[in-house]
Design a protein around this ligand. Structure first.
Ligand code: GDP
Length: 417
């Protein structure tokens, strides 16, 4: 049961963008920050185009645009509901396996980006297996639909055959390669095309007749995947009844969170197509912190304790990345699982067996930092002032029974020469 204090968490999504090098993770992340920043005027930049310029300039200078965790806001299309989407940076380089696994630990869901001209490549398989290992629900984004050789079906089939997973194609591209012009939503049976190059003007249509056969075929695949995880849908399917969009969304959401099926979307982040529909899908299908298993910890006596996501519970946080900042010094990125971390308070670093003082707290946005007085369960941010905390350390309340959160038990990274 969700208490009043926990209710904000329903509208939280903590996600990673997982991909191997070159699939388009950076471009997709940039676009996500652009579309989320655009509607919310983050920081001093009040104009959407300026955000995009800023990101492109940073990129030219070779600066990493994302912090270890970036907080973005997204209003679900067609509704007034705003969501907080925390984007956790997952390193794409397979040699840094330990870093990838550390970041997997702090996210609740992921977007797996594939290059649709390549399908599932061996390196994308590695990233997928890491997410499997950490039980991370995923949606797949078949990117680069505009590229020569792009094929949505290739990605869908590879997910089934190479990854052994059940794909739930929730979209179908209108045209591929040079002809790629829009996206069909197979759940709601609507078509979307773009009328400007930034992808900000989207037109909604009925599905054009020329796609009817293909849509029927892909929708059957989708309904079969959803019926695998939902008995009512299976009955309807066997009786030849059409499920409503709402029934389909609910079944796909449930199957995705249970990691039994994987929604597949398409788009071209370079050409600004599909990224806003991807954000809607993050909201529709990936879990909130309330829908993932509570993190566990172990006391000194070997007892297991669980920390459900609750701002009123005992403090349990994990430091997952340390960064050196030229202005403020050491930044410790944390995920709060339970309780509330207050600036200026003392916490106990159970890994180092040290009491530590929390200085200032920051939420990182695409191009600004926001100082906050507290970080609540489900939130991610950076702490200034922690001297001892290292990656993977457990932070609990000062004076609480010593507990260590589930350790990250992975081999040392393999350095290829
Ligand atoms: P990352 O290594 O996964 O972060 O990939 P990048 O985002 O840096 O993209 C790798 C290359 O693919 C760059 O040259 C991008 O411009 C290009 N790229 C990314 N997305 C698309 C896309 O949707 N279509 C095409 N044609 N190229 C893309």
């Amino acid at each position: 049961m969700t208490t009043k204090a926990q209710s904000y968490l329903t509208h939280f999504r903590n996600i990673g963008i997982a991909a191997h090098i070159d699939a388009g993770k950076t471009t997709t992340t940039e676009r996500i920050l652009y579309y989320t920043g655009r509607t919310h005027n983050i920081g001093e930049v009040h104009d959407g185009a300026a955000t995009m310029d800023w990101m492109e300039q940073e990129r030219e200078r070779g600066i990493t645009i994302t912090a270890a965790a970036t907080t973005a806001k997204w209003k679900r299309s067609g509704t007034d509901q705003e969501y907080t989407i925390n984007i956790i940076d997952t390193p794409g380089h397979v040699d840094f396996t330990i870093e990838v696994e550390r970041s997997m630990r702090v996210l609740d869901g992921a977007v797996a980006v594939f290059d649709s001209s390549q399908g599932v490549e061996p390196q994308s398989e590695t990233v997928w297996r890491q997410a499997d290992r950490y039980g991370v629900p995923r949606i797949a984004f078949s990117n680069k639909m505009d590229k020569t050789g792009a094929s949505f079906e290739l990605v869908v089939n590879d997910i089934r055959e190479r990854l052994g997973a059940i794909p739930a194609p929730i979209q179908y591209p209108m045209g591929q390669e040079n002809e790629f012009k829009g996206i069909i939503d197979l759940v709601r049976q609507r078509a979307y095309t773009y009328t400007n190059d930034l992808g900000t003007d989207i037109e909604e249509h009925d599905i054009p007749a020329e796609y009817a056969d293909k849509v029927a075929e892909m929708r059957t695949q989708l309904i079969e995947a959803a019926a695998e995880v939902d008995e009512d849908l299976m009955m309807m399917y066997l009786e030849g009844e059409e499920p409503s969009a709402e029934q389909l969304v609910n079944a796909i959401r449930k199957g995705t969170i249970e990691k039994k099926i994987f929604p597949v979307l398409c788009g071209s982040s370079l050409k600004n197509k599909g990224v806003q529909l991807l954000l809607d899908a993050v909201v529709d299908y990936l879990p909130s912190p309330l829908e993932v298993p509570a993190i566990k910890g172990t006391t000194e006596d070997g007892e297991t304790v669980e920390y459900p996501a609750d701002p009123e519970g005992k403090l349990a946080a994990l430091a997952f990345k340390i960064m050196a900042d030229p202005y403020v010094g050491r930044l410790t990125f944390v995920r709060i699982y339970s309780g509330t971390l207050q600036s200026g308070s003392y916490v106990y670093n159970a890994s180092k067996e040290r009491r530590e003082r929390v200085g200032r707290l920051l939420k990182m946005h695409a191009n600004s930092r926001e100082e906050v007085s507290e970080l609540k369960a489900g939130e991610l941010g950076a702490v200034i002032g922690l001297k001892e905390a290292g990656t993977g350390n457990t932070l609990i309340g000062d004076g609480d029974t010593r507990v260590l959160l589930e350790s990250i038990d992975v081999p040392e990274p393999v350095i290829k020469l």
